[in-house]
Design a protein around this ligand. Sequence first.
Ligand SMILES: Cc1ncc(COP(=O)(O)O)c(C=O)c1O
Length: 440
Amino acid sequence: MSTNASTNGVTNGAPQKAPQFALSSRMSTGRAMSLDVWSIFNAANLPADCINLGQGYMNFAPPQWVKDAADASLNTVSANHYSHPKGRIRLREAIRDHYSKDFNRTLDVENEILVSSGANEGQYAVWVAFCEPGDEIILFEPYFDQYLPSITFNHGVPVYVPLHPPTNFSDKTTSDAWKIDFDELRRAITPKTKMIVVNTPHNPVGKVFTEQELQKIADLAIEHNLIVMSDEVYDCLLFDQKPHVRIANLPGMWERTITVGSAGKSFACTGWRVGWLIGPQSLVGPTLAAQTRIVFCTNSPLQEAAAAGLEEAEQRGFFKKQVEEYQERRDVLLRYFDEVGLKYSTPEGSYFVLADVSDVQIPEDYPFPDMIKGRGRDFYVGWFLAQELGVSTIPVSEFYCDEHMKIGERFLRFAFCKDLDTLHKAGERLRGITKFYKKK
Ligand SMILES: Cc1ncc(COP(=O)(O)O)c(C=O)c1O
């Protein structure tokens, strides 16, 4: 036996120095290496009994028939193996049958539908396929934080256009009061602009874009020959009879729009990582080529289960019932907000609500961990409330560029994709917030 053999990194009793490797330059972009908000407001850092209204995943299981389909698929041979990179035909057909009427066309399962590993990976593949170094991608703030590194890893340049929050909140204010300044949007477009990303229903505002708003975005996209990525992962979660308008259906927009969907949001299975893209062959084809080189294919058994979900949803009245359940969850939480005088805009879609916490005063000598220091005021308030009340939330400045962070700092995001019991418990704890309000 050699005398200088290394076991578990130890040579002759002395720890071996780990070799240092230079990081790829893209890791210094897109906030890739900075501590992300999910890691900070994570159960491991928060009080043990903290109620999690932070991260947007459900604390309930997918519907039984969808879980049964997952079980059944594991008991077949083929669903345990690679799928076609386009996605399993059963799921593509289920997507076609479910969505064709929404898009006023019979979707082509070979060329216009692509199953992805969660919406997230599908969006990444779009940027791999279409982003040239220096291409500018317009994001409305607050934006879903994964967009940023997905763009910069592909050498794109994010350009930020904020949604402007309402100046006054009344009990009638809805998420519709968050507005785009269309002159600002027009000014953000340059010869390098390649794409506008739209997210409706919106995370975290809960805004559902109106046809007029989408038409104005569409007009600019056509005028400047831009792609539109329409992130509609919450398309089955709209409240108060608000209609869901798909920008792809506006005149001249099908050809330039890629629409994004997610089984995770539709069937309470965010960990399954099954999503889909719908669009013209000119956008789906290159994205398929990129995706094939990224993941090759999406996990097979859960594609079968997602297919069963879509196949049976209508006959079971599933989405209608699910909307009613989410609307009740939303209203329960909002009643507690009303009780304690927290200002908010009622979300018309998705499962998030932003509450204005600018009235919360933190004692001057309150101890904060280093990971909070230097962040926006909302990080401090969110941390403070998690410690003092035992309810965790997500600070909204994380979804803004540095220049616009001030807009987001007033708000904390509450996720209401939780069972009623949890929301009531959280609401009862929130009653304690009033003792921290600034004296008027
Ligand atoms: C707006 C938006 N887009 C995309 C995603 C990613 O969806 P998936 O979990 O299917 O990757 C999320 C998840 O939170 C989201 O909120």
